[in-house]
Design a protein around this ligand. Structure first.
Ligand SMILES: *Cc1c(COP(=O)(O)O)cnc(C)c1O
Length: 234
């Protein structure tokens, strides 16, 4: 993919994000684009950095580690967000490499991340992944356990809970995602009524980010619309 092609993709994506924000009277500054670079090679990510993108999302630790190490030598620091399912035996590397983990899906994982962050004297930004559908394959904390878990994880000194994340069941029709996004926002607002002070809603991908922004997304995680179709998905 040429720099020109990638710039075109970024421009048209930004237009769609801007349109969705203005339709609902939202400030563009409250919506972060997380460019999802899983399966995208380091040289293409480098092109994306040159083209102006600054926040990147990865979903596999080993793949991310290789790219981050290469890109570190070529560019000023950029922000890396981990968005995939995190196995506990990869938690240490995740704390080393990432500024945010969007996919904290259990109390036990939070404890482990907190312990490594403490050892590294680092404060890790996290989002709690909420499981709103009953698909077997989906990860996340279920609604009925959410508030009590947020309360307990908040006490961990080396983690900073920034907000909530969810992945609705895949559908070609973005309207099918709307109830899930709306519910995540309601849960965030409910948490804030309890004094939890959560800002971020990480929701929306290539197929449904417009609806996500209409429903209050503050972080959209977008791969395909920027980098084209992946051969594999994860
Ligand atoms: C791959 C992935 C994305 C990006 O999906 P696209 O449809 O390519 O935009 C977003 N979030 C997560 C958790 C992903 O794994």
């Amino acid at each position: 993919m040429s720099e020109r092609e990638l710039s075109d993709n970024i421009n048209s994506l930004m237009k769609r994000i801007t349109a969705a924000a203005s339709k609902t009277g939202r400030d563009l500054a409250d919506i972060k684009l997380v460019a999802v670079t899983k399966t995208v090679p380091a040289d293409k990510v480098s092109t994306a950095i040159t083209a102006g993108l600054r926040i990147f999302g990865e979903s596999r630790i080993q793949e991310a580690k290789e790219k981050i190490e290469i890109l570190r030598q070529q560019h000023e620091p950029i922000e890396w967000h981990f968005i995939g399912h995190l196995q506990k035996n990869k938690a240490k590397t995740a704390v080393e490499l990432f500024n945010y983990v969007h996919s904290v899906d259990s109390f036990a994982l939070a404890e482990i991340l907190n312990r490594y962050a403490m050892n590294m004297q680092k404060k890790l930004n996290i989002l709690i992944e909420v499981k709103l559908s009953d698909e077997e394959a989906k990860h996340g904390i279920i609604k009925s356990n959410l508030m009590v878990n947020i309360g307990r994880i908040r006490k961990m000194q080396n983690l900073s809970i920034q907000g909530l994340m969810t992945i609705p069941p895949y559908s070609d029709n973005p309207e099918m995602s709307r109830p899930y996004f709306r519910e995540l926002r309601r849960l965030r607002d409910e948490a804030n009524e309890k004094g939890f002070d959560l800002r971020e809603l990480s929701m929306g991908m290539t197929n449904d980010f417009v609806v996500a922004i209409e429903e209050g997304a503050t972080m959209v995680r977008i791969g395909t619309a920027l980098f084209g179709n992946r051969r594999e998905t994860s």
